[in-house]
Design a protein around this ligand. Structure first.
Ligand code: HAM
Length: 423
């Protein structure tokens, strides 16, 4: 019979890789906590309107990439393509006190053309902060991402920053951009020669040379900011300077979702050096609560792709473990009695990571498993040990047989093991 594979553009993650995932999530949780964020969980699917209204019906993700389905009750749902719209929907529904600061770890689903660093199911770590338009909050959100990347050992990360302005500044800019694109439409890439007028901002996102050349010559978004939006951006940048967080103004950075207003930013990992080098991105979305039926409330957040963070670490040659995930002790049991079961339970209660042999296998084959497990110590229980109420403790990393092995009474094993592992 044919066997099954994970769907195209998705991945299974097993050990040892999965320990890196655990480490990444644990590190993020710790930083989010330090910055005052609490965990939020929302469903993996939502009414499709949450995303259509949230990220914008005309956005690339909504039109081409969303997984939309009918359930058995004929409701139309979509698998979450990103985290922000769901969190804001939950914020509007539950009305927590503000400022509300939530962090999340979530799979996100986009029907993309799979390639290295671009998947149909990817995973994001992210935060959303609602209830204040203070530029100091923008600085905090960006600083959280920055400090987290530092904690991961990443050093070659660039921060790009821009402002989309509020509705009025943006629509003034879009009008002028539209005029510029119309004038040069024949020079745009094949796709945008046809589609430029639907949403001129998307042309700024285009990675193809002809569109880059035309838009580089065109109007620049920061020049169209009103005084308030310009001051907001300046204060965010000043705050980042105060924290020593290097950044560059990126006038072309408009990002792919319609909800963005004012501050937008992206983190680029130079070690990745390809089109999939954005390891995180985010911005303000001061009109999003209203789009989702809530009271006007400003918000800002970011999302960062776990797969890309791990690729960036690999590309930079960072090998440090973020979390300890190894076995301390392996119990080799040839007595066939319950001694090993009870011992394993006692040792786990004392805080050790314990693995053991099962199935009455020979001493030799269990010792092989012990070596493979990476445990530092093997505890041997055979008929002799059971009769003497003792356990043989063997250090698996030591070549000196005499030194490596000692008998310990069952009663003293926890202390002896702790003493040995601390050496
Ligand atoms: P985004 O830029 O679409 O923003 O995604 C955030 C991050 O997720 C990207 O920077 C990238 O690291 C990762 N990512 C996105 N798509 C893929 C993919 N197909 N394969 C692998 N990794 C991917 C958002 O999703 C916004 N919700 C961020 C945000 C939060 N804005 C405000 N708050």
């Amino acid at each position: 019979m044919t066997s099954f594979q994970s769907p195209i553009g998705t991945h299974d993650v097993l050990a040892p890789q999965s320990a890196l995932w655990e480490g990444l999530v644990a590190t993020f949780a710790q930083y989010a906590y330090r910055f005052g964020f609490t965990l939020i969980l929302t469903p993996m699917f939502e009414e499709v309107g949450v995303f259509n209204r949230g990220i914008g019906e005309g956005s690339e993700v909504a039109t081409k990439e969303m997984y939309v389905f009918q359930d058995r009750g004929d409701r139309t749902y979509a698998l979450r393509p990103e985290g922000t719209a769901s969190v804001v929907r939950a914020f509007v529904q539950h009305q927590p006190t503000t400022p509300y600061k939530g962090w999340y770890v979530t799979p996100a689903f986009r029907y993309e053309r799979p390639q290295a660093g671009r998947y149909r199911q990817h995973h994001q770590l992210g935060v959303e902060a609602l209830g204040s338009d203070d530029p100091a909050l923008d600085v905090e959100v960006i600083a959280l991402a920055w400090r987290f990347f530092q904690a991961l050992g990443l050093t070659r990360v660039r921060l790009l920053i821009n402002s989309m302005g509020h509705d009025e500044c943006r629509s003034r800019y879009v009008d002028v951009l539209r005029g510029h694109l119309e004038e040069h439409r024949a020079q745009l890439c094949d796709e945008h020669t046809v589609t430029w007028s639907h949403n001129p901002l998307r042309v700024l996102d285009c990675k193809r040379e002809p569109c880059i050349a035309v838009t580089d010559d065109g109007p620049s978004l920061p020049d169209f900011l009103c005084a308030d939006c310009a001051t907001h951006l300046a204060r965010v940048r000043h705050g980042l300077d105060q924290l020593g967080i290097d950044h560059v103004l990126a006038p072309r950075l408009v990002r792919g979702f319609d909800y963005y207003t004012r501050t937008t930013f992206e983190f680029v990992a130079d070690a990745l050096g390809n089109a999939q080098n954005a390891i995180g991105g985010g911005g303000r979305y001061d009109g999003l609560t209203e789009r989702l039926g809530g009271k006007p409330t400003s918000g800002i957040g970011f999302g960062s792709g776990i797969e890309r963070l791990l690729l960036a670490r690999e590309a930079e040659g960072v090998t440090s473990n973020l979390i300890k995930r190894s076995i301390d002790v392996f119990i080799v049991d040839t007595s066939g009695q319950d001694v090993a079961t009870v011992l394993a339970d006692d040792l786990r209660a004392a805080g050790f990571a314990v693995e053991r042999g099962f199935g009455e296998r020979s001493m030799k084959s269990q010792m092989k498993s012990a070596d493979r497990s990476g445990a530092r110590v093997a505890l041997l229980i055979g008929p002799q040990e059971v009769a003497a109420d003792q356990i043989t403790m063997r250090d698996l990393r030591s070549d000196d047989f005499e030194q490596a092995q000692q008998r310990v009474t069952r009663e003293n094993i926890v202390g002896a093991l702790r003493g040995h592992l601390e050496k």
